[in-house]
Ligand binder design. Sequence first.
Ligand SMILES: NC(=O)c1ccc[n+]([C@@H]2O[C@H](COP(=O)([O-])OP(=O)(O)OC[C@H]3O[C@@H](n4cnc5c(N)ncnc54)[C@H](OP(=O)(O)O)[C@@H]3O)[C@@H](O)[C@H]2O)c1
Length: 317
Amino acid sequence: MTSTTLTAPAVALGTWAWGDSGEAGDGHFGSQLTAAGRREIVAKAQSYGFTLWDTAAVYGMGRAETVLGQALNGHARGGYQLSTKFTPQIAGDGDDPVADMLQRSLVRMGTDQVDLYWIHNPADVARWTPLLVPLLRSGRIKHVGVSNHNLAEITLADRILGDAGFRVEAVQNHYSLLYRGSERAGIIDHCRQHDVRFFSYMVLEQGALTGRYGPAHPLPAGSSRAAAYNGILPQLQALTDRMRAVGEDRGASAAEVATAWAIAKGTTPIIGVTKPEHIDGLTRALDIELADDEIAELEALADAADVDTRGSWEQDI
Ligand SMILES: NC(=O)c1ccc[n+]([C@@H]2O[C@H](COP(=O)([O-])OP(=O)(O)OC[C@H]3O[C@@H](n4cnc5c(N)ncnc54)[C@H](OP(=O)(O)O)[C@@H]3O)[C@@H](O)[C@H]2O)c1
């Protein structure tokens, strides 16, 4: 059996943007983080209790894992949790592609075990899930989650692990005001009923729901997120204006309202932090209690925006 139950802070931190090279216009985010900047974010987050770091082998094709390991260097290994992913779409053709990909992640991050290991996308649940069992038994991974899986795939993965005495302890899906497929598909209810932690990613829609970006100030030119979102920013204006107003009453920003919304829905947001001040924002978000009518109003505005922000890697859940 899994030796301990998965525990996690109320908000996890994401590092996809950390995989960008730092060159202007390069990468998915067009992010220009420096090593010193990443270390500052890590030090602040750790001191505030945000100690679960989500990454993946594919973020910058290994770069995000490498720079995360470097930024955490010097912090006690027991003081933080590492969450990374096996991505079937880049699996090798060796005897055990899962163990091979995990091993490369461990080397990049400079550690010998991962606290939370995910199957990133559901390419073939029956093929990949059993390969997690020896990794759990050896202690190289402590807990297992599945990401971007639909309800049937979550249940199948859980049954496969259950046969070996383990379980799916976490689900990680795209979930934001604009993208609530996991709610409609009953996945969030399923997680609540089965004591499975639901981690919501892209709660800020990669910056489009922070209030920082808009038609007059679009996402960084040349980045993939600009291509995905800049065309819909005008449709998001009414929503982000209202989020900003809801935040202003509490001394908080639109991004913090988005984060508070995800927490109010019973999920654990994974926020892609790129600046130390984002950590202050997370502490404010934890203090925001949205009223039911505020949640309903924000969701109605989100629906009225009538946009589809499904990522190219996501199935229609
Ligand atoms: N399993 C999967 O398939 C999957 C897919 C996507 C993401 N994820 C995970 O979820 C994490 C979060 O998603 P994401 O990084 O793609 O997008 P996100 O969290 O929706 O947005 C991140 C962007 O929002 C801005 N931001 C972050 N915190 C802010 C704050 N407090 N105030 C204002 N702006 C803020 C930053 O943009 P600027 O730098 O421009 O300020 C940042 O790049 C990822 O890093 C990754 O770990 C998983």
